[in-house]
Design a protein around this ligand. Sequence first.
Ligand code: LLP
Length: 425
Amino acid sequence: MARAMAVTALSHVYPLGSRINEAGRLEVGGCDVVRLADEYGTPAYVVAEDDLRARARNFRAALSTHHGESGEVLFASKAFPCTAAYRVFAEEGLSCDVATGGELALALRGGFPPARIYLHGNAKSPAELREAVAAGVGTIVVDNFDDLDNLAEAVPAGATQRVMLRVRPGVKPSTHDFISTGQVDSKFGLGLDDARAAIDRLRASDRLQLAGLHMHIGSQIFELASFRKAVEAIAHLGDFPAYNLGGGLGVAYTAQDEPPAIDAYVEAKATAVREILGADKHLAIEPGRALVANAGVTLYRVMTVKRDLSTYVSVDGGMSDNLRPMLYGAVYEAAIADRLSPGGELCHVAGKHCESSDVIVRDAHLHDPRPGDVLVTPATGAYGHAMANNYNGVPRPPVIFCRDGESRVVVRRETYEDLAARDLV
Ligand code: LLP
């Protein structure tokens, strides 16, 4: 049986370099995931480090091919804010997008030179702005008029700060409403009329140096035409040396998903900038999900299998380690880590939380699931660790990096002591 399964091909949702080994088990980064589950416990986020590096290189190569040397790839670190990930992407020569003072602290800890950091945020506090200026953050993306005033105050007299202005192009790509950000009615950035007024004020400032415009129209986007439409929409705001077109490239969560390739996505953005805005522009892009989602899988242990009207395969994690199915109706795959061939019994993979919505994968096909099995959900490298929480007092999982058959814990599992670490009574 194991031999027959050894020939099963894994779909493109799994990390690059994954395979089914001679024992019929999933291998990620050269490591047998059943052994990882035994060694580190479950649930656990397992990340193929080479996959992260390969995608970072892919983005940089594509930007250099389609835009020349005046391009910059930023790691949108909200997708996977852990020190080890910051370190990998800093080593790969990426720049970094942080959304808060907390992410800024992590990015600095992870080794990003401050000059290569962009600070975003629609509700930055004056303290966050002061922290960013004091740290020497290269670019601060101004979101609104209050932000502009607060930033001008945070910059010491005689000093200057490079800024970009976040604008809302009024484009709504087809993706979940909760992750659309560039439509006319949105809390992010300024609409086109207000943007003109903000540009005038920034141009008049002696402390804030306006380098150009930023926009991010949303996330998990498959249709490249939206990015061009957004560039068209902001073209009449003026001529600037730099543009940051945000992130948004969608990824494959299931074998049926066929997102555009990194190269095609970068080409679409670079072409739009060259044709619509001019050939001499500095172009920054901010991939988050597309850098990290498919590099990671989550390992769970099956606790119980309940066969009733539906078959519920309940595991030892759930909405505390992956909120995306509950928040966005996101669809994932699941497989038993040592029985991966297609087909099997129709099941729902449920979490351990006290909520009916705590179902990680509906309508999964699993081979003879039973308590003790290691169950894997691929494509969980983005916004899983980032949005993990302690609902029901569940300690958050560790992050384990794998490479060439070696594994290392880069974030340890939380303990019960951690759960009470901030309690003062
Ligand atoms: N740049 C800005 C300014 C952003 O707000 C975001 C994501 C990105 C770049 C990266 O976008 P990406 O390449 O990952 O699509 N929690 C949601 C996603 C929220 C995205 C927020 N902003 C999810 O799990 O789908």
